[in-house]
Design a protein around this ligand. Sequence first.
Ligand SMILES: NC(=O)c1ccc[n+]([C@@H]2O[C@H](COP(=O)([O-])OP(=O)(O)OC[C@H]3O[C@@H](n4cnc5c(N)ncnc54)[C@H](O)[C@@H]3O)[C@@H](O)[C@H]2O)c1
Length: 321
Amino acid sequence: MSSKGHISTIAVVGSGYMGGGIAMVFALGGYAVALADADAQTAEQARARVNGEAQALESQGLLADGSARLVRENLTAAASVELAVQGADYVTEAVPEELRLKLDILGQIAAAARPDAIIATNTSAIPIGKLAPAVTHPDRFLGVHWMNPAPFIPGVELIPGPATASPIVDIVEDLIRGVGKVPARVADTPGFVANRLQFALYKEAVRIVEEGTATPEQIDTVVSNTFGFRLALFGPFAIGDMAGLDVYESSYRTLEQAYGDRFSVPASLAATVAAGRLGLKSGRGFLDFDSAERESLLAYRATAYARLSQLRAELGSAPGL
Ligand SMILES: NC(=O)c1ccc[n+]([C@@H]2O[C@H](COP(=O)([O-])OP(=O)(O)OC[C@H]3O[C@@H](n4cnc5c(N)ncnc54)[C@H](O)[C@@H]3O)[C@@H](O)[C@H]2O)c1
């Protein structure tokens, strides 16, 4: 390992939807990236597909000039998993989400890679501690969870497992930040943070459909034009604090009467309100607000929402939906 912090060569094992996108991001970042799949032909097809995608995105002005050339020069297809990983400083697997398969592939990677190569998994939900036994020297193994489509979604969750060495997490954090993404360290629990929240919302949405209260189309319209619109700019805690936690608490009381325990007031929300921490209006809620910045925050929010509305109007509605 040397240039680019500590990493200069990368292997991506599993060259499908996620693997292809992840490989493109690293190739755009100037890394030498080898793509591998179950066989040489699939890896070669993926290399050609990723090149084509980079070319198309550049032509549409969605990637900078010269991007397609960077991907063409930096991305190669390997004839096997072993050949892809043997000289790599950093390897990520992105094979299908099946525990057995992931364990097999991680074992294969660990056997062929250098003992000091960093090994990552792009699992969506399997705890890292469950996968770690497949990797020799598990101190260099962690979860690095990208979102789809990887070239455009900014956030990447970093999940240290029980044995991961903290300098390894630092190196990967630099790597991810260096290719323009926003890394967030999260604990090793099923679904991590993003998918746990995403699946909680999805389940409630399906429930509403099952009850016959709203159709999928109605729900999508409501979500993407109301609180989902805000979520492009703020997380649930900033939004809750700006709304007022007393309002949240009383809303939960109403919801609990209708839907039971799953909507009971969270204990820490009740305690926060009882302590007079109501959010932005009292200077503190779950978050701490800098009172000198209050007006700037409100002005930022107004600008951000207005600009996001303009962008949506420019884009028009999604075709085919
Ligand atoms: N699709 C998403 O939205 C998304 C988002 C985040 C994370 N993930 C995770 O990323 C991983 C990959 O998902 P995907 O959607 O890219 O799947 P995919 O099916 O598009 O790609 C998987 C690739 O792995 C290859 N593969 C299968 N067996 C292999 C083997 N033995 N050796 C090498 N390659 C093999 C397949 O040929 C395929 O190219 C999963 O763990 C998934 O949970 C997916």
